[in-house]
Design a protein around this ligand. Sequence first.
Ligand code: 5GP
Ligand code: ZN
Length: 132
Amino acid sequence: MDCIFCKIVKGEIPCYKIYEDDDVLAMLDIAADVEGHTLVLPKLHAADLDECDEQTYKKVMLASKKIANHFLSQGFDGVNMVVNCKSAAGQEVPHLHVHLFPRKNGDNVKIKVDHPQIKLNLEDVAKKLRLN
Ligand code: 5GP
Ligand code: ZN
């Protein structure tokens, strides 16, 4: 399969590894943006959230929590965890991954949704989207 993250998992493309276990790899993102920007991914290929089985998802999320806690213990003040699911949500690499952005107080990094405020009837939205 022509997946860049699968090639990294197989060692065909190098990366700066932050964490590895039997099922999960975490590496520094090549984007030169936030110090410590890390991607946590399953070794088993799954394109995105809806393709990922529950066991694999749990392993990725538990590893993400472990790494986030590690960043906090290393002197960072906070961490953002972000998953972009599908191109409509900005996903560029179709191999599921969690972005971890280690944060410092007053670092001025903006992760929040940047969108004009719109008038929404929250009752209608809740009726439409409620799952149970
Ligand atoms: P997405 O937009 O799919 O959520 O994020 C993909 C991320 O993968 C981007 O932040 C991008 O910088 C990173 N990326 C793309 N190619 C590589 C690569 O070859 N190695 C690493 N370490 N990160 C990559
Ligand atoms: Zn892959």
